[in-house]
Design a protein around this ligand. Structure first.
Ligand SMILES: *Cc1c(COP(=O)(O)O)cnc(C)c1O
Length: 434
């Protein structure tokens, strides 16, 4: 199995190179040459398999012969060491809780798998690897946690100053060790642009081995397909239609779900739910993709104005663009609607949604109007305590902060403030490595 770039110039790349480079040299995103099907009988057997067992079969279908089976097994077993329970919030409406990992967001899945895969490749070489990560909050801490104390790997996090929650900032800036944080005087899109520019910068490319850990990295996509299969296998009635809603920003999570469907998972409809950064729902309505600067919302991990994985979604449907419209719906919600949803669900059921999950819930209830008999799953991508200020304020409660989050609040912030330019980023990176 080889990988090609969505920009079309880079082809026939091995998994190792695709994972270590992150972004292809032509600026595109890596895609697998073909998407395999699940082995026959797997879906029938899945309900009696464990999560790591399901993850391994899914990973094998995704990666084909790109990775040695024993290596893959070790990585999957080490990476998928926490559950993703399916919780029925209302009859037929299920929350797929993806926040039971070390940093309490779904990005732990991608980050843990990618870190272990990269560590495997770096151990075989004799080179230092520098991971650049632009983060709107959750990615950075999940990635940093995944790589913490990994020999041969340094992580440089870029986050937009003042645009992440206090707790997220504590998580990003107090890790220490091989993790450094840069506080960028700009937006998340600025951070992402800086990272993209750094990757194609000749001087940096010649001096250091760099990789990206954003959702553009193919290694992040692979494990994000695992829990779609797992959640389906835990539904009480799998014969019904299935609608899955994904609260989306950069659209890596949804893309992984679409790949799971391509491998054979029976999903009737996917729903892209966004906050007011709605370029994909707009595209689904108008057929025109118009990236624009992101706006700040209470679901800030989805404040993305130019979602990278959109190009992967288009690749997946390049042979039949019309079926993208049939298989995917898109809805966007304001902060006001998000808060009202959090309040209504809490009042009706006692379930505490975080703002991202609430956007997903809203999209699901909308889509289920056309599929009243379907099972509905929304992905709950973060623990409500990660957005404690908003959740407490909206619901008039004091949401409990799990211990593994609380410990970050007591540490001292260590970060360097820089302007949103490539020059500033280069200077910081070269200083760190000096
Ligand atoms: C990153 C993130 C998202 C968006 O996921 P994408 O794969 O970028 O679409 C949604 N919710 C939370 C909590 C996140 O951290």
């Amino acid at each position: 199995m080889r990988f090609y770039s969505t920009n079309g110039e880079v082809k026939g790349v091995e998994l190792e190179q695709a994972v270590l480079e992150g972004l292809a040299a032509d600026g595109g995103l890596f895609m697998p040459d073909e998407i395999g099907a699940f082995p026959s009988g797997f879906l029938a057997e899945a309900p009696s398999l464990s999560f790591p067992e399901i993850a391994l079969v899914t990973a094998k279908s995704f990666l084909g012969d790109a990775l040695d089976e024993q290596v893959l097994r070790d990585i999957v077993e080490d990476a998928v060491n926490f559950d993703a329970p399916l919780v029925e919030v209302k009859p037929g409406i299920f929350s797929l809780e993806l926040f039971h990992g070390p940093t309490l967001a779904f990005k732990d899945f991608g980050a843990r798998f990618m870190a272990r895969l990269m560590a495997h490749y770096v151990a075989q070489r004799n080179e230092e690897l520098t991971i650049l990560v632009a983060t709107s909050g959750d990615t950075g801490s999940a990635v940093a946690h995944g790589f913490l104390n990994t020999p041969g790997i340094r992580v440089v996090l870029l986050y937009p100053s003042g645009k992440v929650s206090p707790l997220q900032e504590q998580q990003l800036t107090t890790m220490g060790g091989n993790i450094s944080a840069l506080e960028v005087q700009g937006t998340f899109d600025d951070c992402q642009t800086m990272v993209k520019e750094a990757f194609v910068d000749e001087e940096l490319r010649s001096k250091i081995l760099m990789s990206s850990a954003n959702s553009i990295n193919i290694a992040r996509l692979v494990p994000q397909s695992f829990y779609y299969v797992y959640s389906w296998s835990r539904l009480p009635d799998r014969d019904k239609d299935l609608v899955i809603t994904v609260p989306s920003g950069n659209f890596g999570n949804l893309t992984a779900g679409m790949i799971a469907k391509r491998m054979g998972l029976p999903v009737t409809k996917f729903v892209a739910a966004t906050n007011i950064n709605d370029v994909v729902p707009e595209y689904l309505k108008s057929g025109v993709f118009t990236p624009r600067p992101s706006a700040t919302t209470i679901s800030n991990a989805m404040d993305v104005g130019n979602p990278s994985n959109f190009y992967r979604m288009c690749e997946l449907y390049s042979e039949s663009p019309a079926s993208l419209d049939q298989e995917l719906e898109g809805y966007a919600y304001t902060d006001e609607e998000t808060k009202e949803c959090m309040q209504a669900v809490h009042q009706d059921t006692g379930y505490i949604l975080d703002p991202h999950g609430a956007v997903g819930y809203l999209g699901l209830t909308e889509a289920l109007k056309q599929h009243p008999d379907a099972n509905g799953i929304f992905l709950e991508t973060a623990h409500p305590a990660k957005f404690k200020e908003i959740v407490d304020d909206t619901l008039n409660i004091d949401v409990e902060v799990p211990n593994r989050l609380q410990q970050y609040m007591e540490r001292e912030k260590q970060s360097t403030e820089i302007p949103p330019t490539l020059a500033a980023l280069k200077e910081s990176i070269l200083q760190l490595l000096a």
